[in-house]
Design a protein around this ligand. Structure first.
Ligand SMILES: NC(=O)c1ccc[n+]([C@@H]2O[C@H](COP(=O)([O-])OP(=O)(O)OC[C@H]3O[C@@H](n4cnc5c(N)ncnc54)[C@H](OP(=O)(O)O)[C@@H]3O)[C@@H](O)[C@H]2O)c1
Length: 258
């Protein structure tokens, strides 16, 4: 994993002493978020399903002097999520920031969509996000503070042919974000979502050149986003600068949906 990010615009002590969990951080947006949070001074626990890649990302970040722990965890499995939270608490005694980033696609027109593909997308993207969120609430309530940032998608706002399961899961994350924000606001915990548009990662690499050209026409800023664009939005929401923001959906999409 090549982490060659532009220099962060955030202060190096912005998140000093904070502990963050980033799910799905073995590549793409999650790896960029982990990097940004590290650069801002946070201790970061990263997870994904594959041991090789998550260890590699952790190694790269540790090589830059950051405090990072890699864990193999499948967020669609409740027991994995519980182990992730327990180990983070035993290592760092607290969880200040949770970034629910892990996600998958199994795109197919609804008429041909298989039940198992629907189930996999909902179980990972929506139920997995709920498992992680529910599991951090107790420690965050105890601390009387916390930041939960969910990665949704503009597809959850606008829909997309061939992505019914993904759109439903990402729209579900928006509902989950708002409901949780209302439940825990009095406990000093904020819950927000970032909705990226088209970001260049492995997830979007399969989209045909012709579709990419058509998509570009829909983006007023006329370009695709980079994982760092999403990571910067997350870093802001994780910081004290965002302390009066909760239940919001921050679109990072070049103006694609407005
Ligand atoms: N790229 C875009 O244009 C775009 C736009 C809007 C929203 N998003 C959202 O942004 C997030 C990251 O997207 P990306 O483009 O960076 O995707 P990606 O390159 O496919 O990376 C997905 C990450 O999630 C991990 N993951 C998948 N299933 C998991 C599970 N069950 N448990 C733990 N980790 C899991 C993957 O690692 P393993 O496979 O090793 O588990 C990988 O680290 C996703 O939620 C995606 O829906 C992306």
């Amino acid at each position: 994993m090549d982490i060659t990010m532009e220099r962060s615009v955030f202060r190096k002590d912005l998140l000093n002493g904070k502990t963050a969990i980033v799910t799905g951080a073995s590549r793409g947006i999650g790896a960029a978020i982990a990097h940004r949070l590290c650069e801002a001074g946070a201790n970061v626990v990263i997870c994904s399903r594959s041991a090789d890649t998550i260890t590699q990302v952790a190694g790269t970040l540790q090589g830059k002097g950051h405090t990072v722990h890699a864990m193999v965890a499948d967020i669609s499995e409740k027991t994995d999520v519980e182990a992730l939270i327990e180990k983070t608490i035993s290592q760092f005694s607290q969880i200040d920031i949770l970034v629910n980033n892990a996600g998958i696609t199994r795109d197919m027109l609804l008429m041909r969509l298989k039940d198992e593909d629907w189930d996999a997308v909902l179980q990972t993207n929506l139920t997995g996000t709920m498992y992680c969120t529910r599991a951090v609430l107790r420690p965050m309530i105890r601390q009387k503070s916390g930041r939960i940032i969910n990665i949704s998608s503009v597809i959850g706002l606008m829909g997309n042919a061939g992505q019914a399961s993904y759109a439903a899961a990402k729209a579900g994350i928006i509902g989950l974000t708002k409901a949780t924000a209302k439940e825990v606001g009095t406990r000093g915990i904020t819950v927000n979502a970032v909705a990226p548009g088209f970001i260049t990662t492995d997830m979007t690499a399969q989209i045909s050149e012709q579709s990419q050209k058509q998509l570009l026409e829909l983006i007023p800023l006329r370009g695709f986003g980079h994982p760092e664009d999403v990571a910067d939005a997350v870093c802001f929401l994780a910081s004290d600068a965002a302390r009066y923001i909760t239940g919001q959906i921050l679109q990072v999409d070049g103006g694609m949906v407005m």
